[in-house]
Write a protein that binds this ligand. Sequence first.
Ligand code: ARG
Length: 563
Amino acid sequence: MDLKKQIALDLEHILSEDLNYEQIYNLLEVPKDSTHGDYSFPVFSLAKVYRKAPNMIAEDLAEKFNSENYEKVVPVGGYLNFFLIKENVSKDVLKVILEEKNHYGDSDEGQHRGVPIDLSSPNIAKPISMGHLRSTVIGNSISEIFEKMGYNPIKINYIGDWGTQFGKLIVAYKKWGNEEAVKANPIHELLELYVHFHEVAETDPELEEQGREWFKKLEDGDEEAVELWKWFREESLKEFQRIYDMLGISFDSYNGESFYNDKMDRVVKMLEDQDLLVADKGADIVNLDKYDLNPALIRKSDGATLYLTRDLASAFYRIENYDFVQALYVVGNEQAIHFKQLKAVLKEMGHDWSDNIHHVPFGLITQGGQKLSTRKGKVILLEEVLNEAVSSVRSQIEEKNPTLENKDEVAHQVGIGAVIFHDLKNDRLNSFDFNLDEIIQFEGETGPYVQYTRSRCESILAKANWTLDQNVPLSLDDVDSWEVVKTLNNFPNKVKEASIKYEPSVIAKYVIELAQKFNRYYSKHKILAEDEKQPARLALVYATSVVIKESLRLLGVQSPDKM
Ligand code: ARG
């Protein structure tokens, strides 16, 4: 039940001649100070029509409201303030959550329609960067949110597994490589080889030529070249997999750039047939002047295809195989132009479904205010960061709760959760600073704080030997539970908002607020006191636990029952 909607409908009855439902709904606001009511309706926009001072209008309207839906409706200045009936609303809200449990907030809006989500997409033989980490956790969360909204998200890890660099890598490996070393530490070793190649190539230009030759061989399907490339790819993927396993994130497809090798000719041919391809200094381009964009480079003078050409092929693949209502690309903001060009070329080709392609950009992670450079060995760094988070949490647990069972598992859930939560609580376009010590605190606006709040709920329920029963009295009327109830009631709206904005931070901020409000309630009320309100208080604890757990799940963060 959307409380705002209910008020808007009631207002519509009275105001329908002057304002429509939509306008009323958008005007309704939540007062900063809740002693001014649960919702407030500004009447200023009616002053012209009614030719009256706003405070008069508010008074008149208040009189017309004798609805039993409200405790009171009070005119204050140019506002009409609504006070809901706590007993009724708390009962209704708790009843729904007790019934629906983790399905509370589910929607069928998406009608199971496909939403491919391009996420993570690191480049093989190179370390996963912090940017790829962001793409992974943001994309994963958006996928969970879309699933809850009833869509069918398809998580695609569009691995960067093709390009001239593989020719160079093959040359370097054949000259200086060592199979055992690559197996033991693939990305580190391959990166060393690649770096060494460039060092030597500076004085020996012959090497670049060899690199080109080997890439040509690879493109022509030469057995040795393909074998080596496959092996580099596999070893890299294995290493990436370790990080994905730690994060608890999986993918529906690993179709990366190489998957489109045989699917680009068709795109080029379509562009030719539509007379969209223009020769320009030996290369082929699509003019995008009318979109205020630089021309899209489709084919280089040596016939080689480009990043954009592959993405065109992959867009066709996605519309044809997933029949998408939306296709999302969770990729750093620095690639904004690339995705604009992608959409523009498709639009030029007459494909209106290009309007449903959305680049979902995000900002950088910095450290001490500095941009993180892609230093070599970063993949190990990333793993180190995750491991460090886990071990710091492990020692905090040792201090706070030495008798806890399965400490290692909990430390993992909390440590990894802390890193993910920190990434997602910021608006995705903001850059943010990475400071591990802050991230893993059990106090403040952190993942561990939220997880801890839920484990507190679970321990209260365990102490009370609580079992689910919808038929107990569920009414609450104190101001602290009221804040929790209203927040719980807001969850479905927040899920929807997060899906519209592609913004997991909506959920992260929401669950922080819920945890804070619950903790205020907890500190002021004796939840376990044996009086007639006890069942309702415990139901509130249960509902809070359910919604925290579900919110965290949407973020890709686990919820240990005890910590
Ligand atoms: N591999 C690319 C990179 O690391 C990201 C790929 C993003 N996805 C895409 N469909 N272009 O920059």
